[in-house]
Design a protein around this ligand. Structure first.
Ligand code: NAD
Length: 343
């Protein structure tokens, strides 16, 4: 029987997770929640996702707008094996009690703290440890991006220390309220929270991060410096490690991909849903190796790179697919991601 999945919160991440779940042969969307009759509520209706209000007052707001509503979140939870909490950052923690009471397995997003689930997930690193758990947190887009390219280095060469500068998009493309729109805003609390967040998954990794927000909606960019334990024989060995890592895509400046604008244009050309790029784009001709020091840049499509991780996390928590590779292969095949060798 297909895993029955509820999505609580249907915004940037929730609607993408819902579409991905609906596409999987072994999963079914049993319902999504909304608080207000926004365009996304109508999108859910057009996708035939059963619509629920989070609380009774939301049901009336949605019904008054002419939407068909099936009940509240507590009604929805009765029908689900797994709920994916895609509510705004820091709001998910308030839902833990409701999920526990309904005895439904729960996945939280990166806007929550590690403590919300006591376990932070990345499919490449700790799928097996997630098997059968009642709760997990899929780490944020930036953390997922760092883990995807650092893990193969960690496995192949060992890592003594990582220093990364995160250039963050000021807002998502659909957001007309956030900024900055004419400034560069450094995160003054240093090191930034991203490093410790990576270490919730890559336990024991020595990593320090800094971050600045810039006026763009097109992706985050990371400038990364890694002190490797065992110096690679050459750049080919480093490239080989990444080329054998799923969900990492090499791009080249000398082929005209010199900024996030062209990376996103490539994503449009790939013809994926919403022009999303779930892989991490890593500049193949922007890598330098100096003994044991490695330098590289990568770009993160913040709205979509965590979607495949959510799908694998659903499978791990439900426990039906025990094998990480089997889950990741199926996810990537259905989503049409570029494939390479799996772990
Ligand atoms: P969003 O604001 O786009 O969507 C949140 C949705 O939740 C909206 O539909 C909103 O109406 C609904 N909602 C509001 N209050 C709610 C409540 N109490 N219960 C349930 N739903 C409620 O937010 P988002 O960008 O999709 O972020 C969701 C989570 O994903 C956050 O933890 C965020 O940090 C994380 N995340 C976001 C991004 C990104 O770039 N947008 C990337 C990775 C992870």
């Amino acid at each position: 029987m297909a895993t029955r999945v509820a999505i609580n919160g249907f915004g940037t991440i929730g609607k993408r997770v819902a579409d991905a779940v609906a596409a999987m042969p072994d999963m079914r969307v049993v319902g999504i929640t909304k608080t207000r009759p926004t365009a996304e509520a109508w999108l859910a209706a057009s996708r035939h996702f059963p619509l629920y209000g989070v609380a009774p007052e939301h049901v009336s707001a949605l019904t008054d707008a002419g939407l068909q509503v099936e009940g509240t979140l507590s009604d929805l939870l009765q029908q689900a094996d797994v709920v994916v909490d895609c509510s705004p950052g820091k709001k998910g923690a308030a839902n833990v009690a409701a999920y526990e009471a309904a005895k439904v397995k729960a996945i939280f997003q990166g806007g929550e703290k590690h403590a919300v689930a006591g376990f932070s997930f990345n499919a490449l690193v700790n799928y097996k440890q997630a098997l059968g758990r009642s709760k997990a947190r899929v780490v944020s887009c930036n953390t997922t991006g760092l883990i995807r390219t650092l893990f193969p280095l960690h496995k192949t060469f060992g890592i003594d220390h990582v220093h990364a500068v995160i250039v963050r998009r000021g807002a998502d493309p659909s957001d007309s309220e956030s900024g900055p729109i004419n400034a560069i805003e450094p995160v003054l609390q240093l090191p930034s929270h991203h490093g410790p967040d990576v270490a919730t998954v890559l336990e024991g990794l020595s990593i320090a991060t800094m971050a600045v927000a810039v006026p763009t909606t097109l992706m985050h960019v990371h400038a990364i410096q890694v002190d490797l334990t065992r110096p690679p024989k050459g750049l080919d060995a480093v490239l080989d490690a990444w080329q054998h890592t799923p969900r990492v895509m090499l791009v080249r400046g000398d082929r005209g991909v010199v900024s996030t604008a062209q990376v996103m244009e490539q994503a449009r050309d790939l013809g994926r849903q919403r022009s999303d790029l779930q892989e991490i784009a890593l500049w193949e001709d922007g890598i330098a190796l100096d003994g044991h020091k490695l330098y590289y840049y990568q770009a993160i499509h913040q709205e979509s790179n965590v979607v495949p991780e959510n799908i694998d996390c659903i499978r791990a928590l439900h426990g039906k697919v025990k094998d990480q590779t089997e889950s990741m292969r199926l996810t990537d095949k259905v989503l049409g991601l570029s494939t390479s060798t799996y772990p």
